[in-house]
Design a protein around this ligand. Structure first.
Ligand SMILES: O=C(O)CCC(=O)C(=O)O
Ligand SMILES: [Fe+2]
Length: 321
């Protein structure tokens, strides 16, 4: 793994700090960002300071004050649902689904069990800390801790659910987050369950839309690689810009109640198969906007950098070759 040392200036001119050393200290202490506030810390370490351009809009958008995520009601007729999803996927790139038949009690139990995991005594939880996904489970603070300039206020429990689920002793638990830099998801589709603590924002043209989650709904967003969920996972495509993988971020959580989110990422296997825009979405008027790629190459590229908007997708644009 390539590790980059980035040294930046503190807010006090003239003072420097070694970002890599601070990242290493945070990682090796296994305290995670939650562990920083547990003893009652009132200031945050420098590594978590973001420049103003990463900060949230101070006010809601004045251009589009009413913008919100489209709702797709899964109890409607199939053709209505298909039309609504197609429209949402090709405009905002995000939508909320309601009437999905997942009992509310199951959703609440998922959220509360994740919260309980993150609240386990340090000694128990620290045993799980690590970035190695070879057993299908990892638990760490900041996926790009050694690559990013500024760290996010976010601890994650990552579980690989398929094709081989984790061994039983590694209990699957998704993740808790209270702050995430703007990014797109390097997957086909993300289905997201969040608790009542707000924070998710979605970029639409020049605005950041505050997502107001429906308590019994699920949020869905289009990822960089749009996937057709066939049984053998072979039919993968980029929709040639027809569907939008949009930038989103999570604001730092000012409340005492932790923000819990459970994103389930649907993606393809890491094969050497070549993927690219499907022939159905390519025409003389709309030639392929992306070159062919392998999922493993795409993922390697994505995780070799810090989380950063659409930079990886753009690297595959035909116009950028
Ligand atoms: O926590 C959230 O609401 C969003 C999480 C997210 O965007 C991600 O994990 O990719
Ligand atoms: Fe995301």
């Amino acid at each position: 793994m390539a590790i980059t040392t980035i040294t930046t200036t503190t807010t006090n001119p003239g003072q420097h700090y070694n970002r890599f050393e601070e990242a290493k200290k945070l990682d090796e202490s296994k305290t995670r960002v939650k562990g920083l506030v547990d003893p009652g810390l009132t200031t945050i370490p420098h590594i978590l300071h973001h420049p103003p351009q990463n900060s949230p809009n101070p006010k809601p958008s004045t251009r589009n004050p009413k913008l919100s995520l489209p709702i797709v009601d899964l109890s409607s007729t199939r053709s209505t649902v298909v039309d609504q999803i197609r429209h949402a996927a090709s405009t905002i790139g995000f939508f909320q689904i309601i009437n999905h038949d997942i009992p509310k009690i199951v959703m609440d139990l998922m959220l509360s069990s994740i919260k309980s995991f993150h609240e386990l005594p340090d000694t128990t939880r620290m045993q799980c800390y690590g970035r190695d996904m070879s057993h299908g489970v990892a638990y760490y603070t900041n996926v790009d801790l050694y690559k990013c300039k500024e760290a996010n206020w976010r601890d994650s429990l990552e579980v690989c659910l398929g094709p081989t689920p984790p061994e039983p002793e590694y209990a699957p638990e998704p993740e808790l987050t209270v702050g995430l830099k703007w990014h797109t998801d390097p997957v086909g589709l993300t289905v997201l369950l969040v608790n009542e603590v707000r924070g998710l924002q979605v970029k639409h043209v020049e605005d950041w839309i505050d997502v107001k989650p429906d308590p019994s709904g699920l949020i869905v967003n289009i990822g960089d690689i749009l996937q057709e969920a066939t049984c053998d996972f072979e039919e993968t495509m980029i929709s040639n810009d027809e569907y939008k993988s949009v930038e989103h971020r999570v604001l730092a959580n000012p409340s005492r109640e932790p923000r819990v989110s459970i994103p389930v990422f649907f993606t393809s296997r890491m094969t050497e198969n070549m993927y690219g825009p499907l022939s159905e979405v390519v025409s003389p008027e709309k030639p392929a906007a992306y070159r062919q790629f392998t999922i493993s190459n795409f993922m390697e590229k994505y995780y070799s950098e810090e989380l950063r908007g659409k930079s990886v997708m753009n690297a595959y644009k035909v116009s950028n070759i």
